[in-house]
Write a protein that binds this ligand. Structure first.
Ligand SMILES: Nc1nc2c(ncn2[C@@H]2O[C@H](COP(=O)(O)OP(=O)(O)OP(=O)(O)O)[C@@H](O)[C@H]2O)c(=O)[nH]1
Ligand SMILES: [Mg+2]
Length: 452
């Protein structure tokens, strides 16, 4: 007998994943690697304004919106960008939990057409969880520019799921995506992802038992892989969202330990197990990409790789990053001096007339002082000191973002940040934070200077 929410008396779905919907509504999850245009697609379809930008990890929680198409209501959920669903980070857990337990009718996986092979890894991982998948190959304009040709029909044939090509930034192909989501029906044929023999045997030894326990609430084969992999966070999520704890089932745990022991006899410990899984997925991605992607311009590809190497290598990556950071701050601070002085000259020139006006209106002395020397002077300081550097720093930051340099900064610093229990992406918020502190300090300095 399977464990059900009723049998355990547990709460069904946590409010985080619960979607207010009618039976006629379709819930669509939008997943994919970071920075592939998920939020751009989400915004175009829903008319909402989810933050988009050219650095990884902007979306870290599920954002929701809806749109109507041919009289049907579609609820879109923009899930965080992830490279895998192995739950190595909070974003991966959020994404995995929504695909597993949020019960979307379709999961759209958005791929970057310029690096399809790397992106396919996530498609394969998603297909292990659910077969209700539509693949959206985005950034086709960028791919065209780099002379990369993606054969969408061949890709659909290899994956056994519908594949739609888009350039979300110019809204091309989005009509086709909406039509596909409207008419979507899962394909009869499924893509088979297989692992080396010992792993397949281990999976087969516990899957039947899991099928009985999970009652088709989540994919039993995939859960078996995660159990063998010792993935505690999935077990926690099963307990949280389905209301039962697989760890409490002694019989199942005994089988998992037995299967792991057999693997161990074949020298497949936890690390090797994970490595074999990843290798199989990478090989499958390579194989599919080789059939569907044609690169005509090897020259531009190799130029990009050379620049990438310089920007991210240990010897040159960090010095270039420090130099660029210093340059941005230097341009910001020195460039802001002149407009700051002009602005403060202009704004402070109004202080005296304001005071005279207040005296003319017979305001008491304390009120004249409060409004003119207190409130107005403070406002004038803040505006003249903060506005010019902000007007220089943020466009510079956007320029680096558009050039694609910010993801490289995140990559360069990831190793060092991980040692402090953080990740490289946080360097970007630190840059902005550091800038804000500098502005605050210069404000304090300037206010002291003005008081003197
Ligand atoms: N050239 C081009 N740029 C695109 C396209 N789609 C999105 N972009 C740009 O790619 C960048 C990333 O887009 P987002 O929508 O924020 O990407 P995301 O997948 O939501 O990113 P995360 O939330 O970090 O996972 C933005 O600068 C977009 O303007 C496209 O089809 N072509
Ligand atoms: Mg996003």
């Amino acid at each position: 007998m399977s464990l059900t929410n009723q049998s355990t008396g547990a709460f069904a779905l946590d409010h985080e994943l619960k979607i207010e919907r009618t039976s006629a509504d379709r819930v669509i999850a939008i997943g994919g690697n970071p920075n592939v245009g998920k939020s751009t697609i989400f915004n175009s379809l829903t008319g909402l304004n989810q933050h988009t930008g050219n650095w990884p990890g902007k979306t870290v929680v599920n954002a929701r919106g809806s749109y109507q198409y041919k009289g049907k209501n579609f609820i879109l959920v923009d899930i965080p960008g992830t490279y895998s669903l192995m739950a190595n980070s909070q974003e991966e857990e959020v994404a995995r939990d929504f695909i597993c337990f949020g019960d979307p009718d379709v999961t759209v996986i958005v791929l970057d057409a310029t690096c399809l092979e790397r992106n396919l890894n996530l498609v394969l991982q998603t297909l292990e969880i659910t077969d209700r998948v539509v693949v959206c190959v985005n950034l086709l304009d960028e791919a065209r520019r780099k002379k990369i040709n993606v054969n969408l029909k061949a890709l659909a044939k290899s994956l056994h799921v519908p594949v739609i090509g888009t350039s979300a930034v110019s809204e091309q192909g989005l009509d086709n995506l909406m039509e596909e989501l409207y008419t979507y029906a899962p394909s009869e044929e499924k893509l088979a992802i297989t692992y080396p023999q010992p792993i397949e045997e281990a999976i087969a030894s516990i899957t039947p038992q899991l099928e009985g326990l999970l009652d088709e609430k989540i994919n039993a084969r995939w859960t078996a892989i995660k159990l063998l992999d010792g993935n505690v966070s999935l077990l926690d999520s099963i307990q949280k969202y389905l209301g039962f704890d697989l760890r409490a089932n002694e019989e199942l745990m005994h089988e998992v330990r037995k299967a792991n022991a057999v693997l161990m006899l074949q020298h497949i410990g936890q690390d090797q197990f994970r490595e074999l899984l990843v290798t199989s997925l990478v090989e499958k991605s390579e194989q599919i990409a080789a059939n569907c992607v044609m690169t005509q311009n090897h020259q531009s590809d190799s130029r990009d790789r050379k620049i990438d190497k310089i920007l991210t290598s240990k010897a040159t990556g960090i010095p270039i990053m420090i130099l660029l950071l210093c340059l941005v701050f230097w341009i910001t601070i020195s460039g802001a001096n002149v407009p700051s002085e002009l602005l403060s000259g202009l704004l402070f020139s109004f202080e005296e007339p304001l005071k005279n006006f207040l005296a003319f209106m017979h305001f008491p002395l304390w009120a004249q002082s409060l409004f003119a020397e207190g409130m107005y002077r403070t406002l004038a300081w803040v505006v003249s000191v903060m506005l010019p550097p902000m007007a220089i720093f943020f466009p510079l930051f956007s320029l680096l973002e558009d050039l694609g340099y910010l993801p490289r900064v995140a990559f360069n610093l990831d190793h060092a940040f991980k040692k402090a229990g953080a990740c490289g992406k946080q360097a970007l918020t630190m840059w902005v934070g550091f800038f804000r502190i500098s502005c605050k300090k210069s404000l304090q300095y300037s206010s002291t200077w003005h008081i003197m």
